[in-house]
Design a protein around this ligand. Structure first.
Ligand SMILES: NC(=O)c1ccc[n+]([C@@H]2O[C@H](COP(=O)([O-])OP(=O)(O)OC[C@H]3O[C@@H](n4cnc5c(N)ncnc54)[C@H](O)[C@@H]3O)[C@@H](O)[C@H]2O)c1
Length: 228
């Protein structure tokens, strides 16, 4: 069967519809879409303008059928016999994942982890603008890291009144996590990327993604162990 011949869908959803579709997608599919998005930008930068589901599948190590199923929610992104337009597909996946929008992000806790995140250059190109960071340590307040100002956490409300952040990155010690998280919600943050090794309880209207690097290492060790 010709993969390119199947790389076609019929409808063309609006950004609002795409966002609703995204909300209903299984987590695994969202994870794969994020990988497609990254790979599409990579091949686009290398000059590739068209791609079929077999090639896409190879890039992220899934079957062409899985690629077609994942992309079927995006509307008419494929053309029979040609495949997908790389730029168009990347745009639509970006829209579906919310990175077509510009998100204002604040970070709390400028320690070894927060410092590294502030210096990372990759957030902006995906639409995540790190507006300001916060800490309570006077030695850090007032400094600039990666071009981003470190403000006094005690001034959170005043600073955020003008910024109106959408998302918060939590990189404080675990003991401080619950209080800091609830203050972030108080200034209007509706999504938190939580690096602390603690499950924080927040209103259901606030999305929380926990990034537990130690647990990921455990999963990796288990996978290596199982392969032996
Ligand atoms: N460093 C890593 O590789 C790593 C990996 C995984 C998870 N984590 C988790 O990420 C969090 C941060 O780790 P780290 O190594 O950067 O810690 P760190 O101790 O180096 O930095 C914590 C920072 O938070 C600030 N802080 C403390 N209380 C605060 C408050 N109430 N409001 C604002 N700022 C406050 C401190 O002044 C400090 O600058 C921890 O919960 C840790 O368990 C870290």
């Amino acid at each position: 069967m010709n993969d390119a011949a199947n790389d076609s869908c019929d409808d063309d959803p609006s950004p609002e519809v795409l966002r609703q579709i995204a909300a209903d997608l299984p987590r695994a599919a969202v994870g794969r879409l994020s990988l497609y998005h990254r790979e599409l930008h990579r091949v686009l930068a290398g000059g590739t303008t068209s791609i079929n589901s077999r090639e896409m599948g190879k890039l992220v190590d899934v079957s062409p059928a899985v690629v077609r199923r994942d992309l079927s929610s995006l509307g008419s992104v494929g053309r029979r016999g040609v495949g997908y337009d790389v730029a168009d597909l990347a745009d639509r996946i970006g829209m579906l994942l919310g990175s077509g929008v510009r998100w204002k992000v604040i970070l709390v806790g400028v320690g070894s982890l927060g410092d590294a995140l502030l210096r990372y250059r990759g957030f902006d190109q995906l639409g995540f603008h790190l507006a300001v960071a916060f800490d309570i340590d006077p030695a850090k307040i007032g400094r600039k890291l990666g071009g981003i100002r470190v403000a006094d956490f005690n001034m959170l409300e005043g600073v955020c009144a003008s910024i109106q952040p959408d998302l918060g990155i939590l990189a404080v010690p675990v003991d401080a996590a619950p209080e800091v998280a609830s203050k972030l919600v108080g200034v209007g943050v509706t999504g938190i990327l939580n690096f602390t090794p603690m499950t924080i309880k927040l209103p259901s209207s606030v999305a929380v993604i926990n990034v537990d690097l130690a647990r990921e290492l455990q999963r990796l060790a288990f996978a290596v162990h199982a392969n032996r």
